[in-house]
Design a protein around this ligand. Structure first.
Ligand code: ZN
Ligand code: ZN
Ligand code: ZN
Length: 380
């Protein structure tokens, strides 16, 4: 239908959004399993609903798993440190900034540097946009930071200057911008970049994986987020154009790519990201009262389905990576589940409300079946 026309008129759009991405949402886009995605994690058996029947994707135990075994270590594919943590959390590694410097303003940092106190080791670095702090010269110099400086700085600043949106919506908008801009401007790893032996999806895989989870819902905040994302893209396009001296196809290519993003595709991404983002927590995570540090996308971790009595627990390492471990012994073939959100102490009614609002499904897990009031269970 319309697909053919769009492809002919806007060939650059298909460069950013992979074949199979459906801007109208509706899910079911993932028909294949990216071959390399779980190659490093032999305990996981991924399944994709190839017929698009709505069963989605899932993970089960590839063999008997002992309690405490590590199933997956996932690196954020895209992330945004929440505003209230930007002075405490490194934008690159999501690790804590050096405690002593987190409270130092720029003047104090300069004074410290002037006094010759080993500034390199102790002073957190700040990007010109003021929105990205780095814990070390290593993080400031790595590919992610220079990627941000060249390709995302203006968009980030534009969102933070938006006077009308809430802090949470700004975080979501920044996460979506990070996602889109990583597609438009792929990161090139440098020799001294971070050594990440984790599970990192490609842009195509990531977008399809996220979209396969799209639910037909939109939040009241979507309009605010859409406005910020489009304004951010515009600001970034202007910045990219003005930074290129003279005209060349190479110089214009990023802008052409950005121009290829339609409002419908951004809307679809907002829906994907709203459903699929994970909070990155400090210390022992939200279970132990750790604070929310960032919102991030983990396409591999998004394969885990939800249960209110999960057999997989997640925690965070010092680099902001999500570590998934078996909560108990799990027999081969058993579905592996995590808890979406923090619902351990919530009642049946509270859990159902939270899952419908945040993830658009009614939970029928073992615990919910046990706890649901008899009057509700009669219908089905
Ligand atoms: Zn860092
Ligand atoms: Zn910046
Ligand atoms: Zn449940």
């Amino acid at each position: 239908m319309a697909d053919h026309v769009e492809e002919t008129n806007q060939p650059q759009r298909s460069k950013l959004f992979p074949a199979g991405f459906d801007a109208a949402g509706g899910g079911g886009a993932l028909r294949r399993l990216p071959s390399s995605l779980f190659a490093a994690w032999p305990l996981l058996h991924p399944t994709v609903d190839e017929a698009g029947s709505g069963a989605g994707r899932s993970l089960s135990a590839a063999r008997d798993v002992a309690a405490g075994e590590t199933l997956l270590v996932a690196e954020a594919w895209a992330s945004a440190v929440v505003p209230e943590q930007q002075r405490r959390v490194c934008a690159v590694c999501l690790g804590r900034l050096p405690a002593a410097t987190a409270r130092l303003g720029k003047k104090a940092q300069r004074r410290q540097a002037a006094k010759g106190e080993s500034a390199a080791a102790t002073v957190a670095k700040v990007c010109a946009c003021g929105q990205q702090h780095y814990c070390s010269e290593h993080c400031e110099g790595c590919a992610d930071a220079s990627w941000h400086r060249h390709y995302a700085c203006a968009a980030t600043l534009n969102v933070s200057d938006d006077a009308m949106a809430s802090a949470h919506d700004k975080s979501v908008a920044r996460l979506i911008l990070d996602t889109i801009l990583r597609g438009a401007f792929p990161r090139v790893d440098t020799d001294d970049g971070p050594d990440v032996a984790t599970s990192r999806a490609t842009w195509d895989d990531g977008v399809l994986l996220l979209q396969s989870h799209v639910q037909d819902q939109s939040s009241e905040h979507d309009a605010d987020i859409l406005r910020m994302v489009l304004a951010g893209l515009q600001a970034q396009a202007v910045a990219v154009v003005s930074s290129h001296k003279g005209f060349s196809i190479d110089g214009l290519r990023p802008v052409l790519l950005l121009a290829g993003v339609s409002a419908e595709e951004v809307s679809a991404l907002i829906s994907c990201v709203q459903c699929n983002n994970f909070g990155v927590y400090g210390g022992e995570g939200a279970h132990a009262g750790g604070s929310l540090l960032a919102l991030a996308l983990f396409p591999t971790a998004a394969f885990f389905n939800h249960s209110c009595r999960p057999n997989v627990l997640r925690s965070w390492d010092a680099q902001g990576r999500m570590v998934m471990k078996a909560a108990a012994a799990v027999a081969q073939g058993t579905p592996l589940t995590i808890m979406y959100g923090e619902l351990t102490d919530a009642s049946y009614t509270e859990r159902q409300a939270a899952l419908v609002a945040g993830h658009a499904f009614a939970c029928r897990c073992e615990r919910c079946v046990e706890e649901q009031p008899a009057s509700i269970g009669m219908g089905h």
